[in-house]
Design a protein around this ligand. Structure first.
Ligand code: UTP
Length: 292
């Protein structure tokens, strides 16, 4: 088995029900945070870790994802005519990478979406990136996980401490600290009540997995919510091998949720050099208005 992480799966076939009606006919992953679709932030994060082989799991109404990462001759011709060279470079910069697309058909859950990528991943360890968990580009979460994998050669899940009032929205681990930020996972519980949660450490949308997960996913039955859950498959994997958690302490935006999406939009607008000054002034004005 190869040991470097060269491949990443981007599951993007979910129904995005929390954003309906916006996601009725267009993908959640294409919703912009300022001027880039959510999924582009994730792809740029993978490329920054030298993960250049990418597969996106898509479904119905997801065509615009493929169009986004392809050349647009018409648009280029128009931009050329108006001398907007920089913009052409910007829109084409990701077209040179190789992206494969696999359809999920039915949105039967995250575990099922990952299983669809088996022919692409084959016998290599790989990353999974949930693009609605947005990690700012200066953070090194995925890089740290890739580095850690080289030492541990075991699956690694990104973890974050979350308030108990939100724990029911996550997969939660029961684990033992091995060394700073690294936990040996003993058990996982998907979306527990606060009373039954084994810890306050939740799994967030970055994983390093090994291909043995496919054997488990192949025979997995629907779990919570009638979906084939990745967490259930990882819990089974725990019986045969060690799985680790890596505690992330940086910033993350849960942009799959309306409030998280708005926070990401505001923060990314504030750090955008073209917008920040005017936007900050506007926010101050809005705050004053609400205080009055
Ligand atoms: P979510 O739990 O956020 O589900 O999926 P969702 O359908 O995108 O959104 P809501 O909860 O209905 O609002 C986490 C990730 O897994 C993908 C999603 O596209 C998202 O990136 N996913 C989920 C699939 O690819 N297939 C599925 O069957 C389910």
């Amino acid at each position: 088995m190869k040991q470097d992480i060269r491949k990443a799966i981007f599951p993007a076939a979910g129904l995005g029900t929390r954003f309906l009606p916006a996601t009725k006919a267009s993908p959640k992953e294409m919703m912009p945070i300022v001027d880039k679709p959510m999924i582009q932030y994730g792809i740029e994060e993978a490329l920054a870790c030298h993960i250049n082989e990418i597969v996106i799991i898509t479904g119905k109404h997801k065509r615009s994802i493929e169009d986004h990462f392809d050349y647009s001759v018409e648009l280029e011709t128009n931009l050329k005519k108006s001398g907007k060279k920089k913009l052409i470079e910007e829109i084409n910069k990701l077209n040179r990478i190789n992206i494969a697309y696999i359809r999920q058909g039915y949105a039967l859950g995250l575990g099922h979406a990952i299983f669809r990528a088996k022919p692409f991943v084959r016998d290599e360890p790989f990353a999974v990136i949930l693009s609605d968990d947005i990690i700012p580009p200066e953070e090194t979460l995925l890089k740290d996980m890739v580095r850690l994998y080289k030492d541990l050669k075991c699956p690694i899940l990104a973890l974050e401490k979350v308030p108990m009032s939100e724990i029911h929205r996550y997969g939660v681990i029961d684990g033992v600290k091995e060394h700073d930020g690294v936990f040996r996972i003993n058990n996982l519980i998907e979306k527990p009540d606060a009373e039954n949660a084994p810890s306050d450490m939740a799994i967030i949308g970055r994983y390093i997995l090994t291909p043995d997960i496919f054997d488990i996913l192949e025979t997995s039955k629907p779990g919570r919510g009638g979906e084939i859950q990745l967490t259930d498959a990882i819990r089974k994997l725990l019986k045969t091998r060690q799985v680790y958690g890596f505690l992330y302490k940086g910033k993350r935006y849960d942009a799959g949720d309306k409030f998280g999406y708005l926070k990401a939009t505001v923060d990314f607008a504030l750090r955008n050099p073209e917008l920040s000054k005017a936007f900050k002034a506007y926010l101050l004005e809005v705050t004053r208005r609400f205080r009055a």
